[in-house]
Write a protein that binds this ligand. Sequence first.
Ligand code: SF4
Length: 301
Amino acid sequence: MAVLKNEFSWSFSRHKLCCECRRAYYYYYYASWEGWKKDSSELAQKTYRLKKMQNLDMWAGSLVHTLLQEILKNRSEKNVITYEQAITQAHTAMAVQWRQSQEQRWQESPKTYLNLFEHYYHKKVSQELIDRKVKKKVYESIKNFYDSGFLEYLDSLGQEQFLRIEEIDSFPFEKTKMYVVPDFALRDGSVKLYDWKTGRPNPDDTRQLSCYALYAHTKWQVPLEKVKVFPVYLALGIPGFDPWQEKIDTVELITFLRQSIRQMHALLLTGPGENKIDYAKCPRTENTRRCETCVFQEVCV
Ligand code: SF4
């Protein structure tokens, strides 16, 4: 079997973590490497387990993403999952995963089973909080999605207009492998990329979506002006889908990507080829509020 190598790569979430806390960046992208193996170091196993953890907000997002993926996959094959069936599936998934987290099934496989931050770190979780942060968000997102008319729009398209996207995909940028995870893509005049969001609009969204546009441009060889990216804020009840109107500033985007990659390279001992990090360059953040929600609290000293 081929030996996996911790290759240097870039993603928007990696950029964000690198900016927020160098120590968390070290744990997530370096210390946890091979932590899935039973014979790896204790730190590797522990940080691997911790990095798979999700808080309530992330969990709500992942429930919606998984469900929408299934609804869309079925719809593109002309199978209909009704709104009522979708709600039932969401309800069941929430109950099953919550119980699995409580029972610590993640000890068998942190990748397979949910490990909720709030359970792991013994946070007080009121029913009101779960209802607001998870149930309400998930159910409203599904309802808004069904009400948007998007599924009926898909029914009017031919099979060949659906573009295949892996769960995670990559494209080359200069000498770096760039990872992106757009949620759905189709071709209808232009290439349209959709990104489901269960949170509120964030200033970071513009850059993240610009990266997706660059991905589409490289993957399907379409001019950037022929790419449309749709951030869909599902939980906000936006009727219909508004295309992302902001113009992609290619020069700004390229400058940002180069700077971000340089910033990550500067933390390495020798260079991206070996991809060994210099721990001394990964101090803890001074923003202690960031630590309150950090999954690595247990190991961070
Ligand atoms: S606990 Fe704080 S300092 Fe430590 S890794 Fe997390 S965010 Fe960084």
